[in-house]
Design a protein around this ligand. Structure first.
Ligand SMILES: [Zn+2]
Length: 202
C-alpha cells in the first residue's frame, strides 16, 4: 500500500486541490450516471459504485496518468487559483510628504481648504505616467482606465472593443480639454477620424 501525507504552501495546495476536485467531479458524474442507469432516478450517493474516498484516490491516479499524457511542449494551462487583492494592498497606501516623511491622512484635513491638489498616476514605484497637468495623448494607466470604464467605442451604434480603440478627448485638447480619465472615451479609428473631420471648420 501507499500512504500519502504531505504539506503544501497555500498556493501550491490550492492548485493541487482544484485539479483534484475537477477530476473527482468528473468521476462522480460517471459513477452517478452508471448508478442511475442501473437503479433509476431515485439513486442516492450511498448507492454509487465507489465511496467518496475511493473516488478521490482514483482521481489522484487519473491526474498522474493525464500528466504523462500531455504532449511535450504543450501549452501550460492558466494557474488554477484565484486571489482577491484589494487595490491598497497591491499598490500600498502612500501618505507622505515630498521628502518622504510619513504623515497621517487626518493631519492633512485642516489644510484641505487651502490646498492645491495635484493628481499623479504611477506605473510601479518610480515611473509617473500621468500628472494633473495636461498632456496631449492618453497613455499608460489613464488610457487603460478609460478603456476599462467604457468598454466600447463611444459611438452609440458601434461596438468596437475599447481595447483596440484610440482614446479621444471628449472636450478637444485644442479647446482646453484635459488629458484625464473623465475627459476620455474610446473611439474606433473610423469614428475618431469622422469626429475630427466634422469638428474641422469648413
Ligand atoms: Zn466606432
Amino acid at each position: 500500500m501507499w500512504f500519502l501525507d504531505g504539506r503544501l504552501d497555500p498556493i501550491g495546495g490550492a492548485v493541487v486541490a482544484e485539479a483534484l476536485r475537477r477530476v473527482e467531479d468528473e468521476l462522480f458524474r460517471a459513477d452517478w450516471a452508471e448508478a442511475k442507469a442501473q437503479l433509476g432516478d431515485a439513486v442516492s450517493a450511498s448507492q454509487l459504485a465507489r465511496s467518496a474516498a475511493q473516488r478521490r484516490a482514483d482521481a489522484l491516479v487519473e491526474l498522474a496518468t493525464r500528466a504523462q499524457t500531455a504532449p511535450a511542449g504543450a501549452r501550460r494551462p492558466e494557474p488554477l487559483f484565484t486571489v482577491l487583492v484589494g487595490y491598497e494592498t497591491l499598490a500600498g497606501r502612500i501618505c507622505e510628504l515630498a521628502d518622504g516623511t510619513p504623515v497621517t491622512p487626518g493631519s492633512l484635513v485642516p489644510w484641505l481648504d487651502r490646498a492645491l491638489v495635484e493628481r499623479v498616476v504611477f506605473a510601479g514605484p518610480d515611473r509617473v505616467v500621468n500628472v494633473g497637468a495636461r498632456r496631449r495623448l492618453f497613455g499608460g494607466a489613464t488610457r487603460r482606465a478609460v478603456q476599462v470604464q467604457s468598454r466600447e467605442c463611444f459611438h452609440p451604434y458601434c461596438d468596437q472593443p475599447a481595447d483596440y480603440a484610440q482614446i479621444d478627448h471628449i472636450q478637444p485638447y485644442a479647446a482646453g480639454g484635459a488629458t484625464i480619465v473623465d475627459n476620455g472615451r474610446p473611439a474606433c479609428a473610423y469614428h475618431n477620424r469622422q469626429r475630427h473631420q466634422l469638428a474641422r471648420p469648413p
